[in-house]
Design a protein around this ligand. Sequence first.
Ligand code: CAA
Length: 258
Amino acid sequence: MYENIKYEVKGNLGYLTINRPKALNALNTDVLAELADALKEIEADDAVKAVIVTGEGKAFVAGADIAQMSKLNAVEGRAMMQAGHKVMNTIDQMPKPFIAAVNGFALGGGCELAMACDIRIASSKAKFGQPEVGLGIIPGFCGTQRLSRLVGKGMAKYLIYSAEMINAEEAFRIGLVEKVVEPDALMETAEKLANTIASKAPIAVAQAKIAINNGFDMDLKSASQLEVEATTVCFGSEDQKEGMAAFLEKRAPEWKKR
Ligand code: CAA
């Protein structure tokens, strides 16, 4: 069904793989459209509790497609950037956890895709960067915003103004990734984390994502109220009753998923 991506479901996990290895998985408008469709599938499928995003071959994603962008005028460029923002924001706002398993180059739009995910696990071979100013543009899939929120304004300016490419250890040091593992251990580590998250109450994980992602950009008073409301949703669920009963009865919870 898809030509430029692969989407598979195994157990409780969705696997979203960018699959244009000849172009180092560069994101053109076809890839973005397929990603948007796959995200609709993911959102509608209650069986999918967590999603792993990765790239086929030696790159995670080496950026937006430069060959395609080189021909765009301002109106067309804007449309492509809007399509990229839509994909990134859908991942950011969907109340399901997304884990980026960064297997190689995560540059430009690739770094932005990784940043839109909730958690980033990197192979020790991965490389990160926002090379756009060297091409006459700026990060266009929300990198100016997500990078500064993840690593701070000063480091974001350092990376974006210099277009410097950094290795996985440096990405870990500055807080751009949460874990670095040997290449062979990447998928196993991502799956283990995804399965751990999938074993928790889905409504609680969803409300945690809503509270963290939406609260982050609010003032503390509003964000604290958002957390109260998100917790209230949990208290209204069967899974809050089940999770606490299971603890008190010293047994594993059986989530009702509501
Ligand atoms: N767009 C289109 N094609 C790309 C690409 C991209 N972003 N990145 C790599 N490719 C293509 C290459 O053109 C090459 O194609 P051909 O075999 O047809 O020549 C193929 O993928 C393999 O790439 P290389 O031969 O360059 O591989 P390498 O191992 O020598 O170098 C690399 C790897 C350092 C990642 C290099 O490919 C590179 O610098 N790529 C561009 C990275 C970049 O600038 N990304 C930012 C794009 S702008 C952006 O993303 C804007 C935004 O925010 C939305």
